[in-house]
Design a protein around this ligand. Structure first.
Ligand SMILES: [Zn+2]
Length: 468
């Protein structure tokens, strides 16, 4: 085993030179990741030794220290922390809920408070339930049918959409704005069907907003598992007077100091052109955030390590950025873009991995048509690795604020069929990660970074590079 590793390393150091074809370089990158990768070990530590990393928590603080320390071991040119103030929301005691079909006849169900929600009164709330599928139904029912009741949003994710993120997008507003909308009609609480395509018992948390609502008007909001959503809906059909009880004790505390973690390989030819790869270091609190977004964090760290280990000396400055607070505030992403603007740093390329650690399929690109054509010309290079998805579209929440007219933003697109089984739930844990799938993602990201660094993001500079 050891001999094989040394042989691979020696092979890569000797053989990467200017004479190598892109095919050969990609082969080295994938070999390094699959035979000698580091992402899985890092994720094991992050998930199993540190655990969940909600902004402002001890886990988040430990994750900052750990990833900084690991990046420092890689021999990069610079590693530093970028301060950012983040919100701190705490769940408190485990939530409790039941359906009451008749006085004293109750069935316990699985709920969790949505991130940012207020608590219920100490004894919880119990009320009649109004089930709706969307805000239009809510409006039609009006105040006379909703006042004093709990609104139950039960629009399921659309199963026939192959891109499950589209199905997520189609249901997201129930969770995010559901409480705010229901408040307009005098509801006293909100229960939202978990954003999960399969039927199971796990509630899925996630961010929600009260907008500008004054504190005294804010109503508690919780997610309920898909199985229990079906149950509640069925019981309401049998008996409209079915009641729902829930109790939660979450709290919004004062903002706390936290950090984005950044490492850099300084460019050999164009040090003032920046290319970044990143994921978000924070996670929700129910699982350990292995898929969301521990995977993106360790893959991004490994991009810089893989470049170095494959003997690639980037022309542009390559940074790994581990963003803080994507889940409930995006403060890290905004802070990074603000600082980049203030310092006049030219960010020509930014890639985020925040769609899970499953088998990579390709990338989504937010860029000019000319840059996209350039990407398409590289498609054959990725074919041996079964990477085929190259589409225009979104990139990632954290890198979004870096958008300019000419730069390239991209998002890794892994297979998304199983992602929402785990997303923001207690089963987003390390055992749901496959080592090879994670490593293929890291290699695929590294390959794209290598190509953009070599040829530039502007097709004019591409032609120049090719002539040279
Ligand atoms: Zn995420």
């Amino acid at each position: 085993m050891k001999i094989l590793k040394i042989a691979l390393l020696t092979f890569s150091l000797i053989s990467i030179g200017n004479a190598q074809t892109d095919q050969e370089v990609l082969k080295t990158i994938y070999t390094q990741s699959l035979a000698n990768g580091k992402s899985y070990d890092w994720l094991n530590y992050l998930s199993n030794q540190i655990g969940s990393r909600l902004s402002g928590s001890l886990g988040a603080e430990k994750a900052v220290a750990y990833t900084k320390e690991e990046l420092e071991k890689l021999g990069l040119d610079k590693v530093w922390l970028q301060p950012v103030m983040v919100p701190r929301w705490v769940r408190g005691a485990k939530e409790f809920a039941f359906i009451e079909s008749a006085l004293g006849k109750t069935t316990n169900v699985n709920i969790c408070a949505l991130g940012g929600s207020v608590a219920t009164p100490a004894l919880g709330i119990k009320a009649n339930v109004v089930e709706v599928k969307n805000f239009e139904e809510l409006e039609k029912l009006g105040k006379e049918n909703i006042e004093g009741k709990i609104v139950f949003y039960n629009r399921p994710m659309q199963p026939d959409l192959i891109q499950t993120f589209e199905a997520y997008g189609g249901c997201f507003n129930q969770r995010y704005q559901g409480a705010m909308e229901a408040t307009k009609y005098g509801a006293i609480g909100v229960i939202v069907r978990s954003l999960n395509l399969r039927l199971d018992d796990l509630p899925h948390t996630g961010s929600m907003t009260y907008g500008d609502l004054p504190v005294e008007k804010r109503i508690p909001s919780a997610a309920i598992s898909t199985n229990d959503s079906e149950l509640l809906s069925a019981m309401l059909k049998l008996n409209k007077e079915t009641k729902f009880y829930f109790k939660q004790s979450c709290k919004q505390l004062k903002d706390v100091q936290s950090y984005n973690v950044i490492g850099e390989i300084t460019g050999s030819e164009f040090p003032n052109e920046y290319m970044i790869v990143g994921g978000h270091l924070d996670s929700w609190d129910l699982g350990d955030g292995s898929h969301d977004d521990g995977a993106g964090v360790v893959q991004s760290m490994d991009v810089l390590r893989l470049l170095k280990n494959s003997g690639i000396k980037p022309k542009r400055s390559i940074r790994v950025v581990l963003f803080m607070n994507e889940e409930n505030g995006l403060r890290g992403g905004n802070k990074y873009a603000e600082e980049a603007k203030r310092k006049g740093e030219n960010h020509v390329f930014a890639l985020e991995s925040d769609a899970g650690g499953f088998t990579p399929r390709g990338f989504s690109f937010d860029c000019t048509d000319a840059s996209f054509e350039q990407v398409l010309s590289w498609q054959p290079l990725f074919k041996p690795y079964l990477i085929h998805y190259f589409e225009k579209g979104g990139s990632g929440a954290d890198v979004g604020p870096l958008k300019t007219e000419s730069n390239v933003l991209a998002g890794l697109r892994p297979d998304s069929q199983r992602y929402f089984d785990h997303h923001h739930a207690s089963n987003d844990t390390f055992d749901a990660i496959n080592k090879r799938e994670l490593e293929l993602g890291a290699a695929t990201m590294t390959a794209l970074v290598y190509l953009f660094d070599k040829y530039g993001v502007n097709p004019i500079s591409t032609k120049k590079t090719i002539k040279n």
